[in-house]
Design a protein around this ligand. Structure first.
Ligand code: GDP
Length: 197
């Protein structure tokens, strides 16, 4: 897929205020600092579409971008800031669960996982939430340029083994590096394929 146009549409704290549309949307989420903004900018080939490294405590927003006038890319607020209050965590959880549960045009969630880390509790908990809510999702392993191919393979194998303790099937996986543009074609092809169905 060629990205001809990527337009910022809106930022919202409530799902009810998100754009009214029948176009499919694809949401990106992960632990803070996982490389979500970099991945969105890499996919859209825009250097500043998504703002990198928003600070903890900043308003957490659901950002909608319209791509090629045919689908929405949604930047969801990240989780896992070490120093945020219980109240902010609960606010995040309420907002994201409302989004996942109510957004009827949501085609797929891209859950970003830092390829350098062993399975993180917060990521596994979020996968559990997606599963319980019946939301279609795929996993995107990020920052693979920062280590050897072998190390990435090892960490992904560990992640898969961990998932298979509770899941019968594994979701689709993407291996990415925003600095090397790795995984871009695969993710865009996947979006184009699911968009045609
Ligand atoms: P976000 O908080 O999830 O939006 O993460 P950012 O996109 O802001 O990335 C966090 C940090 O990781 C920044 O310093 C990025 O430059 C860096 N980063 C993100 N993706 C990659 C990647 O694929 N490779 C490398 N080497 N660094 C990355």
């Amino acid at each position: 897929m060629v990205i001809k146009e990527a337009k910022f549409i809106s930022s919202n704290t409530e799902v009810a205020k998100c754009p009214e549309t029948k176009l499919p949307e694809y949401a990106f989420i992960g632990r803070s600092n996982v490389g979500k903004s970099s991945l969105i900018n890499m996919l859209t080939e825009r250097t500043k579409l998504a703002k990198t490294s928003s600070l903890p405590g900043k308003t957490q927003l659901i950002n909608h971008f319209l791509i090629n006038d045919s689908w929405y890319l949604v930047d969801l607020p990240g989780y896992g800031w070490a120093r945020v209050s219980q109240t902010s965590r609960e606010k995040w959880s309420k907002m994201v669960k409302a989004y996942l549960g109510k957004r009827e045009n949501l085609a797929c969630v891209f859950l970003l996982i830092d390829s350098r880390l062993e399975p993180q509790k917060t990521d596994l908990e979020f996968i559990q939430v997606l599963g319980e809510m019946g939301v279609p999702f795929v996993l995107v392993f990020t920052k693979t340029d920062k280590q050897s191919v072998q190390k990435t393979q090892m960490n992904i194998a560990t992640f898969k083994r961990t998932l298979l303790q509770t899941w019968e099937e594994l979701p689709r996986l993407f291996i990415t590096s925003s600095t090397e543009k790795k995984g871009r074609d695969e993710i865009l092809d996947f979006i184009a394929e699911t968009n045609e169905e």
